[in-house]
Design a protein around this ligand. Structure first.
Ligand code: AMP
Length: 307
């Protein structure tokens, strides 16, 4: 099954209680494509970078069978830049800087070879660009998953709602779900958000796992309790990459399949946070991933004795 991934490709500067990085490669499409490349090939990326982008990283993407044919290079401009600082609990962060640069007037181009894709992952990016990508595909994919963040809720809420109405699955974190719905209860928030369009909703809760909603059904996936969370940047995108990658690999979009996909997404995210940036996602093995998924199974499996 073929997968198209849209999203930012970026330079990030990060501060965590463990240390600080200068500009390192990040961005939603970067994390999503690396993560999904362990499940499906090729992964086709639509994005834009400046002439300053890291060529070694592009080479790594190619090595992992990630196509960058849809990545525009604006030679005389700068790549998107984001900087963030994590608080001690690593569950919350503040954005220190968002410099859109090349993303500011991004007009996505869909190469002919990407047409006919069955799975579309709309990673974090301006909602009007996410929408343009759906419109520029000749056929609607079998499944469209969208991720977004508070930044776009603050500055482009109407466009965000329009795009949301066109997708099957929305993936956001708990704070964003509360902001979007105006409800503190995540169950109430989920109902309101699903009424805005997406039939499925994933609410990510950092180290407290993720919830998957569909109609009246709910599924909960824990996050793996890790001794050390080094850098949570990209965990949400890595989750999304594992989620859609798994669904594409089995070509099954039922709720039961999505439950497994949420576990695969959580397993991929658990690798991501173990090192700074994309480091831990560069060289995973199938065996490592399956072992990690088994740890999730062991974590929640128990016997009941019926009284
Ligand atoms: P996550 O930790 O999964 O929420 O994603 C972090 C990544 O999102 C970073 O690598 C950033 O480069 C990227 N990012 C942050 N803000 C934005 C934004 N406004 N639009 C697109 N990508 C963003």
């Amino acid at each position: 099954m073929s997968l198209v991934v849209v999203g930012s490709m970026a330079f990030d500067a990060l501060e965590t209680p463990f240390g600080k990085t200068d500009k390192i490669v990040g961005g939603a499409a970067t994390y999503i494509s690396l993560s999904s490349s362990y499940f499906v090939k090729p992964v086709n990326v639509v994005s834009v970078v400046g002439g300053d982008f890291d060529q070694d990283h592009i080479a790594l993407m190619h090595k992992r069978d990630i196509s960058t044919e849809g990545v525009q290079v604006k030679e005389n401009e700068k790549s998107f830049f984001w900087s963030g600082r994590y608080f001690n609990d690593m569950n919350s962060r503040e954005t220190l800087a968002t410099e859109l640069n090349v993303l500011g007037d991004f007009d996505p181009i869909i190469p002919e070879s990407y047409q006919g894709c069955e799975y579309l992952m709309l990673g974090n990016l301006a909602p009007q660009v996410q929408r343009t990508v759906i419109e520029r595909l000749n056929e609607r994919p079998k499944l469209v998953v969208m991720d977004t963040m508070n930044f776009w809720m603050d500055i482009a809420l109407d466009e965000l709602k329009e795009t949301m109405a066109m997708v099957d699955v929305l993936s956001i974190n708990d704070e964003e779900a509360r902001q979007l719905s105006g409800d503190y209860s995540l169950v109430k928030a989920a109902k309101k958000i699903m009424a805005m369009g997406p039939k499925f909703l994933i609410i990510k809760k950092g180290e407290h796992g993720a919830l998957l909603f569909n109609e009246d059904k709910v599924f909960f996936a824990p996050a793996l309790p890790l001794e050390e969370v080094f850098d949570p940047t990209g965990a949400g995108d890595t989750f999304a990459g594992g989620f859609i990658g798994y669904l594409a690999s089995c070509n099954d979009t039922s709720f039961e399949s999505m439950k497994r996909a949420v576990i695969y997404g959580s397993a991929m995210a658990s690798f991501c946070v173990e090192k700074f940036g994309t480091e831990r996602l560069k060289n995973l093995t199938k065996e490592e991933i399956e072992n990690r998924v088994q740890q999730f199974v062991n974590l929640v499996q128990f016997d009941t004795v019926l009284q």
